[in-house]
Design a binder for this molecule. Structure first.
Ligand code: SAM
Length: 270
């Protein structure tokens, strides 16, 4: 078994691959300006599809395309969509979010819970912007540095496990430089983190006797992560961001009134 296979073996029966719950998903959705006019949602790194179902149910006139690279996840979403009578509105697609092709201006909302790290935030924000119709939005959650300074143990762990972890302020600057306006940012509460970590902890315990070296390696990393996240829960955690595509006129107007908008306007015009 490879390490990748071991990861999917561990996560296979779990309903989440990252912190999050429907309350956080819907809170982010409610921040989307004109949410009831949303018709085309593209979810990337959809995992088992929890958010895809929450979005489809909350937006009865929208179609949600849920993309994931792992075929069993995609097949599971398609099957559950059929069972739930949502097959006409949830389309499950096996695809690589690094390579998918999406028509310009064809999407109202790009959604990525716990998956933007796959391609990296700067690349992802640049790639997604042309897909959005004017005024379209991006919503994503990511592991973020909440504290100014991390404790030594947390710093050492995340330096290896997530060296790209940024602060909320850095993410806001990145988003503006990439041609977005920040609509909302909120830290996910403890229960949204535990909705992921509690079942994961039980799964790690269930597989503890595994003789497979790759599984054992994955379990060791997860044990450490769960311990660090819980012990330093006020230093780092998942933040949800909702961004709106900034339009050139908006950015140009902002450039006159705000010193930070000049940079965004220059990017948008280029
Ligand atoms: C951390 S999980 C998050 C899953 C889900 N959004 C959630 O919150 O439960 C990341 C997901 O991205 C998928 N993934 C990884 N690389 C991918 C890629 N290149 N293209 C599409 N999906 C990918 C994984 O299969 C996994 O389901």
């Amino acid at each position: 078994m490879s390490l990748d296979d071991a990861i999917y073996e561990v996560f296979g029966p779990l309903s989440r691959g990252a912190p999050g719950n429907d309350a956080a998903t819907l809170r982010a959705l409610d921040a989307v300006p004109g949410r009831d006019a949303v018709r085309r949602v593209l979810e990337l790194g959809a995992g088992r599809g929890r958010a895809a179902f929450a979005l489809a149910r909350a937006l009865p006139h929208a179609r949600v395309t849920a993309v994931d690279i792992h075929a069993p996840f995609v097949e599971g979403i398609a099957e559950r969509a059929r069972e739930a009578g949502l097959a006409d509105r949830i389309q499950a697609v096996r695809g690589d979010m690094e390579k998918i092709e999406v028509a310009r201006g064809s999407v109202d909302l790009v959604w990525a819970e716990g998956s933007i790290y796959v391609i990296g935030m700067e690349r992802a924000l640049a790639m997604w912007r042309p897909w959005l119709r004017p005024g379209g939005c991006v919503a994503f959650s990511d592991l973020v540095r909440w504290a100014g300074d991390l404790s030594e143990e947390a710093r050492a762990f995340w330096a290896v496990e997530y060296p790209d972890m940024a602060s909320e302020a850095a993410i806001r600057s990145r988003a503006e430089a990439a041609g977005y306006r920040i609509v909302r940012g909120f830290r996910m509460p403890r229960d949204a983190h535990e909705a992921y970590y509690a079942p994961l902890e039980a799964r790690v315990a269930e597989l503890a006797g595994s003789a497979d070296a790759d599984i054992r390696q994955v379990l060791a990393g997860l044990r450490k992560e769960i311990a660090v996240v819980r012990r330093f829960s006020d230093e780092a955690g998942y933040t949800f961001f909702v961004l709106r595509r900034a339009e050139p006129v908006e950015a140009a107007a902002g450039a006159r009134s705000s010193p930070i908008k000049g940079k965004a306007a220059a990017v948008i015009r280029s």
